[in-house]
Design a protein around this ligand. Structure first.
Ligand code: FAD
Length: 405
């Protein structure tokens, strides 16, 4: 039986502000005296309504065997359960829809640290999203694949360049793409796609070319005495020039850089979390090298040899970007993490945090999130500011963004 994905509005949270109905380009959103609802026959999942919704009530999805009608939705006091109308076999035919749903869920988890959905910066360019899905991916060609961490060290991170030829695949700094590894999983089903942040600016890894780069860390770990290799990261790290890759996306409509030159961009990352910041920094370097807004980067790694892009980062002048490279495993030095460096220069950081021109981005492993958040709270407290108020203000104005995985 075919499964379909249905977009629904949570009647318990919706404040009936009409924003979704005004935003929808297809008139798929409508309302009666009780509820705002989405017409499954009209909705094409453009997601234009998602970001403007002030409550997040718009961001609800179900995989169902038959769509809930408008009448049914008008009668709801609450959303039906996740499995109320899920078909027993929702696998093959529905792969495409289920996969889009999965991307939304993956991104929701990745962005959960910012405390909910936030707006993009007011000056961000409008992103294209969901142009290609699992059912109809775009095929890219590998034009480069280089290890960018020292081969004597454990961390194996690759810079992978994909070319899209004549296919339309526009991306913005901060967006991600989906990669579908070849082959099947243990149960014989095609592998799920994995998301990877775009590491190059919108005009290409090579300016003016229809290509982009990714920063991929090879995942290898021990499990019950066995060495396990991550499916997609190893697939990507082992690709050769000329290989073809199935790509979906682009994805992501709020972790985007401000376009105006007055914006300060405060970037905090570890490991491959540097990918979107390479893209943003390179965009500024190419197009606004003398912008009045500051660029500041806190970048944590165990050692300099394991810090992706350290060579090119070191070439950027201190005038252009304030780089705080922080290492936790230097011989004969105390362990230092990004949050420690944030604390040790708290007055400068506080000044930036107080500016309405400052846009904060945190990216990397989930494990870094709490430490960074705590550092923000302590810096605020020491400066007499209330961090939760400040964070709230930043979120409401599209100035606080977290993407961790
Ligand atoms: C928005 C977003 C952007 C992302 N951007 C990037 C990026 O730019 N670069 C990048 O490299 N990755 C990025 N990722 C992560 C990426 O999508 C994959 O999750 C990652 O590459 C692992 O996929 P895999 O197929 O290699 O591993 P899988 O085959 O999926 O295996 C990973 C599994 O291994 C487990 N695991 C991983 N490490 C260990 C360990 N040390 N010990 C025990 N278990 C472990 C995990 O819990 C998971 O179950 C991003 C994720 C998101 C959500």
């Amino acid at each position: 039986m075919n499964a379909i994905r249905q977009h629904l509005i949570d009647p318990e949270i919706c404040i009936r502000c009409n924003t979704c109905e005004e935003t929808c380009p297809l008139n798929a959103v409508t309302h009666d005296d009780e509820n705002y609802v989405v017409d499954a026959e009209k909705c094409k999942f453009c997601l234009d309504c998602i970001t403007p919704c002030p409550t997040g009530s718009i961001n609800n999805w179900r995989v169902v065997d038959r769509a809930y009608s408008l009448e049914e939705q008008f009668s709801w006091d609450e959303l039906p359960g996740e499995d109320d109308r899920t078909p027993a076999d929702s696998s093959d035919d529905s792969l495409s829809e289920a996969n889009e749903l999965e991307v939304i869920e993956i991104l929701d988890v990745a962005h959960s640290g910012q405390g909910g959905r936030v707006k993009p910066p007011f000056s961000a360019a409008h992103p294209y999203i969901n142009l290609y899905d699992r059912g109809a991916p775009v095929v890219a060609t590998v034009v480069g694949n280089y290890r960018i961490t020292d081969s004597n060290f454990e961390s194996d991170v690759h810079h992978v360049v994909l070319d899209f030829g004549t296919s339309f695949f526009p991306v913005l700094e901060g967006q991600s793409i989906g990669v579908i590894p070849t082959g099947t999983d243990a149960s014989g089903k095609p592998h799920l796609m994995r998301l990877y942040s775009v590491a190059s600016p919108r005009d290409g890894e090579r300016p003016g070319h229809n290509n982009l780069s990714l920063t991929v860390k090879r995942v290898v770990y021990e499990d019950a005495g066995n060495t396990v290799r991550g499916v997609a990261s190893n697939y990507l790290c082992d690709l050769n020039k000329g290989d073809k890759v199935q790509v979906t996306g682009p994805f992501g409509s709020n972790f985007l850089m401000p376009n105006h030159a007055g914006a300060n961009i405060l970037m905090i990352c570890t490991g491959t979390g540097s990918a979107p910041f390479r893209a943003m920094t390179e965009y500024r370097r190419r197009h606004m090298p003398f912008a009045e807004g500051k660029l500041k980067l806190y970048f944590g790694a165990r050692t300099p040899e394991e810090l992706p892009y350290i060579g090119s980062l070191n070439k950027l002048s201190d005038k252009f970007i304030d780089k705080q490279l922080v290492f936790s495993r230097l011989p004969e030095a105390p362990r230092e993490y990004v949050q420690d460096r944030m604390m040790s220069e708290s007055s400068e950081l506080l000044e930036l945090m107080r500016s309405v021109e400052t846009y904060v981005y945190i990216c990397g492993l989930k494990a870094m999130e709490q430490g960074v958040e705590d550092a923000f709270a302590r810096v605020s407290e020491e400066g007499g500011e209330n961090w939760s108020d400040l964070k709230q203000q930043m979120m409401q104005s599209g100035r606080y963004h977290v993407e961790t995985y």
